[in-house]
Ligand binder design. Sequence first.
Ligand code: ZN
Length: 324
Amino acid sequence: MKILYILPLALMLSCCSSVKNQSTTGSGKLDNQLLKDVEVLSSDAYQGRKTGTKGTEMARAYIVDRFQKLGLKSYPQNVNYAQEFTFNSRGGAKVNGTNIIGYIQGKGTNVIVVSAHYDHLGVVKDEVFNGADDNASGTAGLMKIAEYFAKNKPNNTIIFAAFDAEEMGLQGAKAFVANPPVPINTIAIDLNMDMISHSDKGELYVAGTFKYPNLKKYIDTTRKDIKVILGHDDPKLGHDDWTNQSDQGAFNAKNIPFLYFGVEDHEDYHKATDEYSTITKQFFSDAANAVLEVVKSIDKQSGLQQSLKDKMLMMDNPRKSEKF
Ligand SMILES: [Zn+2]
């Protein structure tokens, strides 16, 4: 009899300890579509998605196909979601870039921009820089968020902006804010993802609340699956202030509030080894969920409407204090 009692107890103990282990290392649920999007975009066929190359054209075709299947709308001036722009590279050459801009209409005129750059570094010295974390991961996160809001209509209009030429100096985001598809003073916030899939420590940073402390209330820093850490946004940090180091910088330059989601630089950052096999898949699935929760929380807060009004007042009169 004793043995019969001991056996189920042992089974129970082993069951509970494995559940406990899972809760300290993640939710245990992998998001297959999210992973598939990264695996495809960072495969060798896409040749590292350098702006102006065949690889980036292929990436664009993949994203456009996903946007179409999700039923995202395209603004009339952008044929098939394409916002084309031209810029001078650091070497002075004229380069053509293409942002991919889809949207889901909300109830009012307020707009949330969810963004991620889809370009990367291309082929360097015969090696493909696949850019799985940087930034196939943010692009996949953007499509995951679009998929959620395609099924659950948002209160605010959400623009899904897959930017080109970030690696050449935030060029796509700069082109977007210079020529936005909606009046710029209706854009309440930019929520930008750049590198959300690779953290051995399970840490996702959110930058932006140093400048906009009122945004803290939309961010859950008590998640059990990953650590969500506010920071990397104090100008005193110098190079560790990430405010202007990805596309949110172009929005910040126009005084549009922002949150940036990303991980610390890792050993594969801007190397040929930033590929699908090296991303931390459980962390990535959980991090994408964490970003989605922030977008949902910002979209549903009734305070957003008031904050937007305050912000627009502030834009009419720049000396008024920032509220959002
Ligand atoms: Zn990047």
